[in-house]
Design a protein around this ligand. Structure first.
Ligand code: UTP
Length: 277
């Protein structure tokens, strides 16, 4: 039902300078796989087959990663290293990649708006922020859980998790009524509130299902926190009409946009690999 997934990947990734000076943050590897590949695999598992990437200047490595490298293929053909390309070959074979650029970094809301030329105005679509790396060792991936929920509620869905008081200022925070276990009808959303201002500790992470009317809402939204067009503000207008669900996802999320979260994810996947040996 949800065929397209948008990957806003135009940010500067300043927290990883100098690594991100000439290389996109989304290409930083956790073990041997770039962050964005984890996101694409999660989207594939959720049933998406069109991956729509919002890029910017200096992001060509993403386009090249999701394309065939004939030289490399030739070089490693029939060697033991060939199997290391199985995952990416499978992605290239089964998905279509489309790209557009966000010329100015005017915020996540603006990046998503730019995606309208890729995802269209007819159908709901998923959004994955690849620097939020999500895993669920006990079952379906986070996006698949959300796609299943969409089948029931048919409205915008944001994935949320509890964060400590001292972290609420880093996230969009929601307020709402629990309508079933872990599912909330959102009544209000605030982008990066101060501790005293936050109505709850439920923070939105980088997974969304959006209905195409969001593009109209973004168009009407004025720049918010930090002068950026915030997707939280556009969604808040939808929420006031009872059209946004917050879902406390099952699994774990690593904030790979921060050095601490990135190291945590690396250790997690390294330990998994060691245990499997
Ligand atoms: P971040 O807030 O993590 O910003 O964006 P950033 O620029 O990537 O990183 P720092 O803070 O400078 O280290 C969250 C997500 O939204 C995308 C980013 O690429 C990232 O996936 N984004 C943000 C855009 O695509 N465009 C924007 O204008 C802002």
């Amino acid at each position: 039902m949800i065929r397209k997934c948008l990957f806003p990947a135009a940010g500067y990734g300043t927290r990883f300078l100098p690594a991100t000076k000439a290389m996109p943050k989304e290409m930083l590897p956790v073990l041997t796989k770039p962050l964005i590949q984890y996101g694409v695999e999660e989207a594939m598992e959720a049933g998406c087959e069109v991956m729509a990437v919002i890029t910017g200047r200096g992001k060509r490595a993403i386009t090249d990663h999701f394309d065939i490298s004939y030289e490399l293929e030739h070089q490693i053909k029939d060697t033991s290293k060939e199997k290391m390309l199985d995952g990416i070959r499978n992605i290239i074979k089964n998905c279509t990649f489309t790209y557009t650029r966000q010329n100015e970094m005017k915020g996540l809301g603006d990046a998503i708006y730019k995606g309208n030329v890729l995802v269209g105005f007819e159908n709901p679509f998923a959004v994955v922020l690849a620097d939020d790396l999500c895993v669920n060792p006990d079952g379906d991936g986070v996006l698949k859980q959300m796609v299943d929920l969409y089948a029931k509620y048919k409205c915008c869905i944001v994935a949320t998790m509890e964060v400590p008081d001292e972290d609420v200022h880093k996230y969009g925070i929601i307020e709402g009524n629990e309508i079933e276990d872990g599912v909330f009808m959102v009544s209000n959303m605030i982008e990066k509130p101060d501790v005293g201002e936050a109505p709850t500790n439920q923070a939105v992470i980088g997974r969304y299902i959006l209905t195409p009317d969001i593009f109209d809402m973004i168009k009407k939204t004025k720049p918010g926190k930090n002068g950026e067009l915030q997707i939280t503000d556009a969604l808040c207008d939808q929420a006031k009409k009872g059209m946004v669900i917050a879902y406390k996802f099952k699994g774990k999320r690593f904030d790979c946009g921060s050095v601490d979260g990135f190291v945590e994810a690396t250790n997690y996947f390294y330990n998994l690999e060691q245990e499997a040996k």
